[in-house]
Structures are given as structure tokens and as C-alpha cells.
Design a protein around this ligand. Structure first.
Ligand code: GSH
Length: 258
């Protein structure tokens, strides 16, 4: 993917999407895919993963990615604000169900995937936990900057609880897919593609990345994203994997480009 710098992007109009250059960060992949599904083009702006990103901070008030900035509107950092921006700017079938009841369900399940204490959040803590254990229990001896523990809730208690929480979320999604299938739907919510399917497809890559020809990610990241306790690995069920494959194959762009 071609990236420009924050300095180049800041004076521009239109949609600029800040992404962690060179890695398939799940929040970034989800944002890209949501804009893709809505037919919204953007200029990609590079964020340097886990670095200080002072220029980005001065522009958007955050050091991480993704951030979507449209014209002179406020920068949008959260998966939910990014979804509503894509709904407004895009065209074609909406990624939200038509009813308010359906929307509440879609946003609620997506929060279990993308939000604080969700799938991505707890998988990150689960990986932190493994890295800290490998460093003899000392967070200052891992490859991670201390900002990562602070920004992403990396306390000893939260890291210890993360694997169990992750398994509970995956189990909820697996059960939901089976229930939906029994009711005649191929989708996580309702009977058509929604943002929730796209969020799931992007975030499942943190537990079971697509093969290298479809997801040419750095080896060290693939190792981390493919790791986990036997209990977690057992939750990479054929149903969840098939759903991710179906969403990418039928609705998103492959190979992934980051
Ligand atoms: N702002 C996003 C979360 C973004 C996020 O957690 N980004 C991580 C992805 S692992 C990131 O950029 N990490 C690298 C960094 O902090 O530099 C949201 O609220 O939905």
C-alpha cells in the first residue's frame, strides 16, 4: 500500500485514513474493509506501530491507528465512529440492519469484537501476557514499549483474565453463527452482510491469520497471531474459520494489502 506522511496529509481535503504501515492491525484492517465495502476511497497515511508518532498526535490527538479524517471534520478514532462515517460517505447496501432492533444487535456484537474488553482487546492482552512470561515476568524486558501496557489496559489482573475472556467471546460468536445457520442465515446478525461480519473477519486474523499468499504479514507477527493456549486454539472452530473465509472471499479485497 502507498502511504503518505501526516505532514502531507494534514492540508488535504477528502478522506485520509491513518494506518499502521506494514502490518495488518485488526482495527486498521476492519476500517479499510468497511470503507471498501461502502465504496469509499481514501488516501493512506502511515502510522509507525508502537512508536511515539508525535506528528500524528499533534494532528489527531492520538498516537495509534486507525484514524479517519474527512475534510476539516474532527478526527475519528473509534471503530463505531468510523463505521458511521463510512455509512454517510458510502453507497450501496448499508452495513447496518434496517431496524433499530437490528442496529442495536449489530453494534452490540461488534463491540464484543472491536471494543474495550472485546476480542481484539483481550487477544492483545493475551499476547502481552505471553511476552511478559517469556521475559521472566518483567514487562520492561519485552519488545513492547511501556506505553502499550498503559494505553491498552495491560495490568497483571487483566492480562491473566484475557485468555478466558477471549474464549468466552469466540464461543458466543460460534454459537451465534450456528443459531443463525439453523434459522437459514449465513450472517452473524440478521439475514444480510453487516459491519459485524466484516469486524469479525478482520479480528479473527489475530488468532488465525489467512495464509501468506492472501496475508503477506511479517513472520514475527504471524507467529504471535498464531500462538495461544490449547483452550484458545480449540476455539478456532471450522465454523468461525469458514465464516471469515466466506466474508473475505465474497465481500472484501484479497490479497490483503498493508
Ligand atoms: N482507536 C481504536 C483502537 C485502535 C488500536 O487499538 N490500535 C492499535 C492496533 S493493535 C495500534 O495502533 N497499536 C499500535 C500502536 O499503539 O502504536 C478504537 O478505539 O477502536
Amino acid at each position: 500500500m502507498e502511504y503518505i506522511s501526516c505532514a502531507q496529509a494534514r492540508p488535504m481535503a477528502g478522506l485520509r485514513l491513518v494506518l499502521s504501515a506494514g502490518s495488518p492491525g485488526p482495527w486498521g484492517e476492519a476500517a479499510k474493509s468497511i470503507f471498501y465495502a461502502r465504496g469509499v476511497g481514501f488516501v493512506a497515511v502511515a502510522q509507525n506501530s508502537l512508536a511515539d508518532n508525535d506528528e500524528l498526535f499533534a494532528w489527531t490527538g492520538t498516537r495509534n491507528a486507525p484514524v479517519a479524517v474527512y475534510d476539516d471534520e474532527k478526527p475519528r478514532h473509534s471503530w463505531l465512529d468510523i463505521l458511521f462515517l463510512a455509512e454517510r460517505l458510502g453507497s450501496g447496501p448499508s452495513l447496518l440492519p434496517a431496524t433499530r432492533e437490528g442496529q442495536a444487535e449489530c453494534v452490540g456484537v461488534s463491540h464484543q469484537i472491536c471494543g474495550e474488553d472485546g476480542l481484539g482487546w483481550n487477544r492483545r492482552l493475551d499476547i502481552f501476557n505471553m511476552l511478559v512470561a517469556q521475559a521472566g515476568g518483567d514487562p520492561t524486558k519485552t519488545m513492547l514499549p511501556l506505553r502499550a501496557f498503559k494505553d491498552y489496559g495491560g495490568t497483571t489482573d487483566a492480562m491473566a483474565a484475557s485468555t478466558g475472556r477471549l474464549i468466552a467471546i469466540l464461543s458466543m460468536l460460534d454459537t451465534r453463527l450456528q443459531r443463525q445457520k439453523a434459522a437459514g442465515s449465513r450472517y452473524l446478525v440478521g439475514d444480510a452482510l453487516t459491519a459485524t461480519d466484516i469486524h469479525f473477519a478482520a479480528f479473527f486474523g489475530m488468532i488465525d491469520p489467512l495464509p501468506h499468499d492472501l496475508n503477506p504479514m511479517p513472520d514475527h507477527l504471524r507467529m504471535l497471531y498464531s500462538s495461544g493456549s490449547p483452550g484458545l486454539r480449540a476455539m478456532v472452530t471450522p465454523e468461525l474459520r469458514a465464516h471469515r473465509d466466506f466474508v473475505y472471499r465474497d465481500y472484501l479485497r484479497l490479497p490483503m494489502d498493508f
